[in-house]
Ligand binder design. Structure first.
Ligand code: PRX
Length: 648
């Protein structure tokens, strides 16, 4: 296999679109021309073409108060109506919206007409619980149809959802409930994962008890039938839905009405509530979903493997695909349950044509070998997508050959929670593809690479990735913290959005993403903050001091590695292995299993500069097994030698 891949890498650096694909492609080179000649006119056309407006807009962008942009701000629409009712009205009510596959093997096909009816009921149920436009609703669910219904029901009545990934701890949930002041929580008795039921309701009970915000109602979907404790504020989803009418008229909201808050890690300990609004967000998610994935809604079966707890699930499971009337698969469980071919079995079962996943998943399948996917019929696939972290050329080639059969397009899509939608990607059928590079800005998006001093890097070269013009699905702010919004993204380069990623431009003008340049780690495509994990570690009674780095990892991209100084008085007599295990478990409990450090090294000191700043760069060298770099700025240059010995 490797010889084949090396061969491909040397032989074919570029893949031209196949003529048959190009002939039927949704995207066309004219999109670039149209966007280049009149960028705002281009987005206004997309907004009018892709969405149904209750009140047409006359203004496209207002950028008179940077960094606060508004798009289409005198227009009105209902986001849920755009994702549901209008498809039914257009005669597509019988089209399957969701093919749900549960981990235990249960499945459900839900048409657009059925999904619309369910969302109407859920909207009425929320109204009956007193939820009003602008109110925040926390959603903590497995990837089941009710998660999609709950999000759209909020959108329908103008409530703002805050989806919290089901793998986060009660403490993480509680702080998100408080930050957004959510008075209603939607959860389930549990979900299925790796062949077992994982409980959610007890975590919600703990979170609600710890929260300062008064949670009036907890709606509980009965997914697993697990016994849960009931309190006065708990409401069964099934009962609330049965009591609610299936009649509900979607009212229009302003294009800038808040749609959702989604928390993501930043460089400090406290997660940021990224705020997205309605018209611009839906325009860009629908546009990119259609053109980057070459969507033919009448015949494609689309599958994005992301959970709705992440931005990819918001934009490319819920809003983009449903606005476009797509038929899609959603799968509750893990790729290896009950066997390592589960994903490929699902592709075969539903005849998936468009598949969107993360490099970390592709790399773990590569490790298992091609015989597993080869056991299934994957010939329905005609387009593959990648997101979440840089995809290395070997993984790209393996994906194209082993999963895609060797001739179908692979698009690598760069974007962020903050950008709301895809920003950099090839357009299939138009762009020549280059393994490992995200390539070019989407039409209507202005990307540049700047030096640290803010000078544009001309031609070939590396620097910091920026977005130079506001875009429709840009974050509108950080919930409740306008100063942090300015400082994080706009202070560095004035009116240009600083993404936090390093990037390089090659001789063809293609962009290669080089990873984060700040203290944000990317573990299996999930964003984690070094500071957040450090503060979790120091909250443990064992810990005197802690430093966390993201070390490169063959499968997960990066892995969390912690260096901890123990408090003598708490840990006298304790062996190092026990202490380190205890701290790993502590982080998993406090933040969530995704944050559990791969390693916790117990050390005597941490490398610090004379001003007391921890030099994480040196710790990263150590964690990655490299020669430790320049130590001359350390207050005590012998410290690294001591730490190296302790670690080895
Ligand atoms: O570092 C980039 C990386 O993921 C970060 C955004 O993470 P998050 O907000 O969780 O959103 C992930 C899904 C959109 C970025 O700053 N990233 C995302 N996609 C790519 C990527 N890095 C390289 N190539 C990509 N295609």
């Amino acid at each position: 296999m490797n010889a084949q891949i090396d061969h491909n890498l040397e032989e074919i650096r570029r893949f031209r679109p196949a003529p048959e694909f190009a002939a039927q492609a949704v995207a066309s080179p004219e999109l670039y021309d149209a966007a280049a000649s009149d960028r705002l006119g281009f987005w206004a056309d997309q907004a009018r073409e892709l969405l149904t407006w209750s009140k047409p807009f006359t203004r496209t962008l207002d950028w008179t108060n940077p960094p606060f942009a508004t798009w289409f701000d005198d227009g009105e629409l209902n986001v849920a109506y755009n994702c549901l009712d209008r498809h039914v009205e257009e005669g597509n009510g019988d089209r399957v919206a969701l093919h749900f596959e549960g981990e235990p093997g249960d499945s459900r096909a839900i048409t657009y007409a059925e999904l619309t009816a369910e969302v109407k009921r859920a909207a009425n149920a929320l109204i009956a619980l007193g939820v009003e436009p602008g109110d925040r609703v926390a959603i903590y669910l497995p990837l089941i149809p009710e998660a999609v219904v709950a999000m759209l029901a909020c959108a329908r009545i103008g409530a703002v959802h805050s989806v919290v990934f089901g793998g986060f701890s009660s403490q993480s949930l509680s702080s998100r409930i408080d930050d957004a002041e959510a008075h209603v929580v939607i959860t389930a008795d549990g979900g299925y994962r790796k062949g077992r039921v994982f409980p959610l309701k007890p975590t919600v009970d703990e979170a609600v008890a710890a929260a300062e915000t008064e949670v009036r109602a907890v709606i509980v979907v009965e997914r697993t039938g697990a016994e849960v404790e009931w309190t006065d504020r708990d409401v069964r989803w099934s009962e609330a839905m049965a009591d609610a009418s299936s009649e509900h008229t979607a009212l229009p909201f302003n294009a800038e009405h808040p749609l959702f808050i989604l928390y993501t890690s930043g460089t400090t300990g406290k997660p940021k509530g990224i705020l997205h609004t309605s018209g611009g967000y839906l325009t860009q998610t629908a546009f990119t979903h259609k053109n980057v994935f070459d969507l033919h809604p009448e015949r494609d079966v689309y599958w994005c493997t992301a959970d709705v707890g992440w931005i990819t699930g918001h934009s490319y499971v819920v809003y983009g695909p449903l606005a476009n009337g797509a038929t899609q698969v959603i799968y509750e469980g893990t790729p290896d349950t009950p066997h390592a071919g589960r994903w490929w079995e699902i592709i075969e079962k539903y005849g998936v044509t468009i598949f969107y996943t993360a490099p970390t998943a592709i790399r773990s399948f590569m490790k298992l070998g091609r015989q597993i996917p080869h056991g299934f019929n994957l010939r329905s696939l005609r387009l593959l997508g990648s997101v979440g972290e840089p995809i290395n050329p070997e993984a790209w080639i393996w994906y194209r050959h082993v999963i895609g059969g060797g001739s179908i397009p692979v698009v690598d899509t760069w974007w962020q929670t903050e950008t709301g939608a895809i920003m950099i990607s090839a357009l299939p059928g138009v762009t020549d593809l280059k393994p490992g590079s995200a390539q070019v800005a989407v039409p209507g998006i202005s990307i540049d690479i700047l030096s640290d001093e803010g000078e544009p890097v001309e031609g070939v070269g590396g620097g910091l990735l920026v977005v130079t013009e506001p875009w429709p699905s840009m974050l509108r702010g950080i919930w409740g913290d306008p100063d942090r919004f300015r400082e994080t993204y706009w202070e560095k380069f004035g009116d240009k959005y600083f993404a936090g990623d390093g990037a390089r431009r090659d001789e063809d003008g293609d962009i290669w993403l080089l990873g984060r340049v700040d203290d944000v780690m990317n573990v299996s495509g999930h964003r984690l903050s070094t500071a957040e994990i450090e503060s979790s570690l120091v909250a443990h009674p064992f810990t005197a001091e802690a430093a966390v780095v993201g070390a490169s990892d063959e499968t997960t991209g990066q892995a969390v590695v912690a260096f901890v100084i123990l408090k003598e008085r708490q840990t006298a007599g304790l062996d190092i292995a026990t202490a380190s295990e205890e701290l790993r478990a502590h982080v998993a409990k406090q933040i969530g299993a995704i944050a559990r450090p791969r390693q916790v090294f117990i050390v005597g000191e941490l490398p610090k500069t004379r001003s007391g700043k921890i030099m994480r760069r040196l710790l990263r060298d150590l964690a990655e097994g490299r020669q430790v770099g320049d130590t001359t700025t350390l207050a005590d240059t012998s410290v690294m030698t001591a730490i190296t010995e302790q670690v080895r």
